[in-house]
Design a protein around this ligand. Structure first.
Ligand SMILES: Cc1cc2nc3c(=O)[nH]c(=O)nc-3n(C[C@H](O)[C@H](O)[C@H](O)COP(=O)(O)OP(=O)(O)OC[C@H]3O[C@@H](n4cnc5c(N)ncnc54)[C@H](O)[C@@H]3O)c2cc1C
Ligand code: FES
Ligand code: FES
Length: 501
């Protein structure tokens, strides 16, 4: 297919104002642009690593034909990523009058030094957008929904009670007509932009930011810049810039490649494009099993999940990434594309060693294919010090079928126990063909201890990791035996997932 001409300026709506701007340095973050160029200093910088939420802004983008607003961290978002989107800051949020999120934070005395306040305002405004869309406003948000929206924001002074009250109150208010009007206008503008076939390519001082908008234009960009850094949601890459001080030269942003944001499902397979956000993945995987829903809910915080992608969580090769162990236990396969075509590999084979993945220059992860087995017993547990916004000390995922009361197709995978996500092959071998109710657990635990030599680091000691891994194994077997329903979920029942994209 012929490659269309490229556009050379990022275009987006800042509130309702159209911005068109070239990028000389592709490393510039949205936060730097807002504070230093647009002089909108309401958006604050706290941690510069996605943890505190002081820099939260709303991003509006077209989703299923409508405009959807989600909170993201501006500190780790690169400016080029907001192309064809709308950005709302604490300044642009107010329409005719102050936004209810702002009014309620003041009424509830939910601010003292005020440094965190703009971020909280944006997060509770996002909650209202979400609930407003679902006509849930009469009853208001549940405690879990409020926690979900606030867990990415930190306040050091006020105490969370008044902030939670403000969130509760806003969740009962329908979206104002002024807000809905601006959303419709934004949607129209973005739709027009998206009909323009030209992808974005900003050429700066010895550096390039390209945002291909199809697989064809992505292949073209990779052919020209095989050494470029691929950018998913930047929830890792953003920190290379803000924390490690790296200066990336060529960047290829994958977020506009529509084919990589697709989801499809047949009777026995679920395919998730590598560019699908972690937030949308929560809904998809959650409709397969409650454990996966719970796992995704504990992934970073709302801002991180809205931005980070499934492909990024796999391709970063982290030994403590949360999705890979679960997907490996489910028997997932990766589709990898490059100039030589497409190849499919079992996900576990992708992780060759610490920091080393089976991905050549010019290749990218295109999608994840997950088999659906309705007879599968599947459980997974993330172990970390905090419930929200914390990286795993270890993560265990277990799956097996049981025939004639014996284990079949056992797949056990751990994160945080080795330099890569790794299957517990000795333990699997011990369990295979053994009776579920037998005393196999003792032997299986011993085998598990042989499978791994975890390290001691700031998250956990080696002893703790070994001990907890064995306990999780026991919990899995107990859950199959269904002995203690008070502490365990009911066994997983596979249901038909609702497709959201
Ligand atoms: C505050 C915070 C909390 C976090 N909490 C968690 C957590 O609870 N659990 C967890 O597992 N992780 C967590 N993370 C890490 C991170 O959010 C995830 O790993 C996320 O999935 C990365 O996805 P991304 O799209 O943002 O990747 P990016 O940062 O864009 O990219 C990461 C790496 O993957 C490569 N890449 C991205 N997409 C592709 C592709 N399609 N093909 C080939 N290469 C690709 C990039 O080149 C880069 O090397 C957290 C991060 C932050 C900042
Ligand atoms: S400044 Fe802390 S999350 Fe962005
Ligand atoms: S009011 Fe001071 S940090 Fe929240």
């Amino acid at each position: 297919m012929p490659i269309p001409n490229y556009r050379e300026q990022v275009r987006f709506l800042l509130g309702q104002q159209e911005i068109k701007i070239g990028i000389n340095n592709p490393n510039i973050t949205l936060l730097e642009y807002l504070r230093l160029t647009a002089r909108l200093t309401g958006t604050k910088e706290g941690c510069a690593e996605g943890d505190c939420g002081a820099c939260t802004v709303l991003i509006g983008e077209i989703h299923q034909g409508n405009i959807r607003y989600q909170p993201i961290n501006a500190c780790i978002t690169l400016l080029g990523m907001v192309d064809n989107k709308q950005v709302h800051t604490v300044e642009t949020l107010a329409q005719d009058n102050v936004h209810p999120a702002q009014a309620l934070m003041a009424e509830q005395h939910a601010s003292q030094c005020g440094y965190c306040t703009p971020g909280f305002v944006m997060s509770i405004a996002a909650l209202q957008c979400d609930l407003g869309d679902k006509s849930q406003t009469k009853v208001g948000a549940s405690k879990a929904q409020i926690d979900d929206y606030l867990s990415g924001n930190l306040c050091r002074c006020t105490g969370y009670g008044p902030i939670i009250n403000a969130a509760q109150e806003i969740s009962k208010k329908p979206l104002s007509s002024a807000w809905q009007t601006q959303a419709q206008t934004a949607k129209k503008t973005i739709h027009e932009w998206m009909n323009d076939p030209r992808p974005l390519r900003c050429v700066g001082n010895k550096a390039i930011f390209v945002a291909p908008n199809s697989l064809d234009t992505l292949h073209d960009a990779l052919l020209k810049h095989p050494d470029a850094t691929l950018l998913g949601g930047a929830t890792d890459v953003g920190l290379w810039i803000t924390k490690l001080g790296k200066r990336l030269t060529n960047i290829i942003y994958l977020g506009q490649v529509s084919e990589m944001r697709n989801v499809s499902q047949t009777e026995d397979t679920l395919e998730i494009g590598a560019g699908v956000s972690l937030q949308d993945t929560q809904l998809l995987l959650g409709s397969l099993t409650p454990d996966l829903e719970h796992l995704m809910r504990r992934f970073g915080a709302r801002q991180v999940r809205s931005q980070g992608t499934v492909g990024g969580n796999i391709a970063n090769g982290s030994p403590i990434g949360d999705l890979p162990p679960a997907l490996i236990a489910l028997g997932a396969k990766l589709e990898i594309a490059g100039a030589d075509g497409i190849r499919q590999i079992p996900l576990e084979n992708f992780f060759i060693g610490y920091g080393k993945q089976d991905l050549s220059p010019g290749e990218f992860v295109r999608l994840i294919r997950i088999p659906i087995n309705r007879n599968l017993h599947f459980r997974c547990w993330k172990i970390s010090k905090r419930f929200d916004q914390d990286i795993s000390s270890l993560m265990g995922a277990f799956s097996a079928t049981v025939e004639n009361n014996k284990f079949q197709d056992v797949r056990i995978c751990f994160g945080g126990m080795a330099g890569t996500p790794k299957r517990a092959s000795a333990c699997e071998a011990v369990l295979l063909q053994q009776s579920v109710a037998s005393d196999v657990l003792v032997h299986a635990k011993r085998a598990l201890a042989r499978d791994f030599e975890p390290i001691t680091d700031m998250r956990a000691s080696a002893e703790y990791r070994n001990y907890v891994a064995q306990n999780l194994l026991e919990k899995f077997i107990l859950s199959i035996n269904d002995k203690d329903q008070s502490i365990l979920h009911k066994d997983t029942v596979w249901t038909t997932p609702a497709i959201h994209q």
